[in-house]
Design a protein around this ligand. Structure first.
Ligand SMILES: [Zn+2]
Length: 473
């Protein structure tokens, strides 16, 4: 028996009717490293966008109880090698909403994106691969026996053409694993940086060498790429400065700091583990590696068995044709800890199945550095995982401006976790144990972790692509 209401009252009722959002995160501790917001709020999500952040309760088709939990931008991993469904599940449980293969890149960016379109739990993307472009031009294998010969000027031109095409296909920068391509001359490196500068995309690089022995020290290797950035104007991101810098990681960080202080766009990242992992038959273990890196055979460990190598065992495995991964115990905890808490250092996992960093990197930073050591605040840890990597990507893609932020208008890539219990469970012996403590994860507004478990049958992950590449003139 509705009776006609006066128009004024009707309008009032309409204005007062609560807006309904698709998803509301109720009453969490909302943290945004860019604005510094750290307060209890409701977050209203509509479609794939954070539509509203409110001190007043919001109404939603689905309301998730975030009381007592942190609500933050989903983590952006700039360095994820394993790009498959199994890895994406582990990344999601570690709080990652975007996982990118930027260090080495992929040989065919278009195919990489196509294979994952509509099938991916989280966002993904890749760099144009300098090692792969070299292999395509010079015809040498990768990664085994990667001592590819130097390229002549015409070959370098063809490498550049290949890379340019891959950037047009969506590559988010140029990945240069210089340590894996020792045949690449300084001149080839500079020419590649020149291309990155022309195309306004960053170079992501595993520097040429590590250790303390000159020539070929970590410091020389970091200096090489900083010089290449300085003379070409390219943006530079030095990957895993913890393992590439090794015992001189802090000195290498000081180089990055000094370059930035002089106006260069140089950034870096690290993963929170003392051991690295790489292929025992790669160029990294060419003769002289022990002296160079200050390591011995026993610092190498087979991940599945825990076997520490002897000289004989090393020789056999190094000479074997099939690639085999080894843990390399390169850094004492004190160095890793100092690197991780350095304000310039982003967190990136270098994720690879047999190493616990694949599953546990992000949760470990909270468990070890925020809770146990209290050497990082929660906000500082979040900044290293969200805002800093988003900013690194902004020169390559405008889409990055909407990521890494918990703000109205930003992409609805959101992690909701318990700061008191989030922890890594992956170990060197058991590297695929998922992290615990991530309660909810939204990717483009779709729930992919619900109540601590991965949601089956959803694939909201999108390809993140470069929008700056230009064809050859
Ligand atoms: Zn690397």
């Amino acid at each position: 028996m509705p009776t006609a209401l006066p128009l004024g009252l009707l309008l009032l009722a309409a204005a007062a009717a609560p807006e309904r959002y698709d998803v509301v995160l109720r009453g969490g501790r909302v943290m945004d490293p860019e604005t510094g917001l750290d307060a209890v709020r409701d977050v209203g999500i509509r479609g794939d966008v954070i539509a509203r952040i409110s001190a007043e309760p919001l109404a939603g088709a689905r309301v998730l109880d975030a009381r007592g939990l942190v609500v933050a931008p989903g983590f952006i991993d700039l360095h994820q090698h394993q790009q498959d469904a199994a890895a994406y599940r582990l990344k999601a449980l570690d709080g990652v909403t975007t996982a990118l293969e930027l260090e080495i890149g992929v040989p065919d960016v278009a195919r990489f994106l196509q294979e994952r379109a509509g099938r991916s739990l989280i966002h993904h993307g890749a760099a144009a691969s300098h090692p792969a472009a070299r292999v395509a031009v010079l015809g040498a294998p990768l990664p085994a026996g990667a001592v590819v010969p130097p390229a002549g000027p015409e070959q370098v031109a063809r490498i550049r053409d290949t890379l340019r095409a891959e950037l047009l296909a969506g590559g988010l920068g140029i990945g240069m694993g210089i340590a894996y391509t020792p045949g690449a001359t300084r001149s080839e490196v500079i020419e590649t940086f020149r291309l990155a500068s022309e195309q306004r995309v960053p170079v992501f690089t595993h520097v040429r060498s590590s250790g303390r022995v000159e020539p070929g020290s970590s410091i020389e290797a970091v200096a090489e790429v900083i010089a290449a950035a300085a003379v070409t104007g390219a943006s530079l991101h030095v990957v895993h400065i913890n393992s590439s810098g090794a015992r001189d990681a802090l000195e290498c960080l000081a180089l990055v700091e000094g370059a930035r202080a002089r106006g260069l766009d140089v950034t870096t990242e690290a993963y929170p583990y003392g051991a690295g992992m790489t292929a025992i038959n790669s160029a990294i273990f060419n003769p002289g590696w022990r002296e160079k890196m200050g390591l011995d055979y026993a610092d190498l460990e087979l991940p599945d068995s825990g076997e520490r190598l002897t000289r004989e065992r090393f020789e056999t495995l190094h000479a074997a044709p099939e690639p085999r991964l080894v843990l390399v115990h390169v850094n004492p905890d004190a160095i890793v800890d100092a690197v991780i808490r350095h304000p310039l250092v982003m967190i990136a996992s270098d994720g690879l199945g047999p190493h616990p960093r694949n599953a546990g990197t992000y949760a470990r930073v909270f468990a070890r550095y925020v809770r146990a050591q209290q050497s990082l605040t929660l906000m500082d840890a979040l900044r290293k995982m969200t805002l800093l990597p988003a900013r690194r990507l902004e020169t390559a893609t405008a889409a990055a401006r909407r990521k890494g932020r918990l703000q109205e208008g930003a992409d609805a890539d959101v992690v909701v976790f318990d700061a008191a219990s989030i922890a890594d469970r992956a170990t060197y012996r058991s590297p695929a144990e998922p992290s615990v403590g991530v309660r909810f994860l939204l990717v483009a507004g779709t729930l992919v972790v619900d109540g601590g478990g991965v949601v089956d049958g959803v694939a909201p992950g999108r390809g993140l692509t470069c929008d700056r590449g230009t064809p050859a003139r």
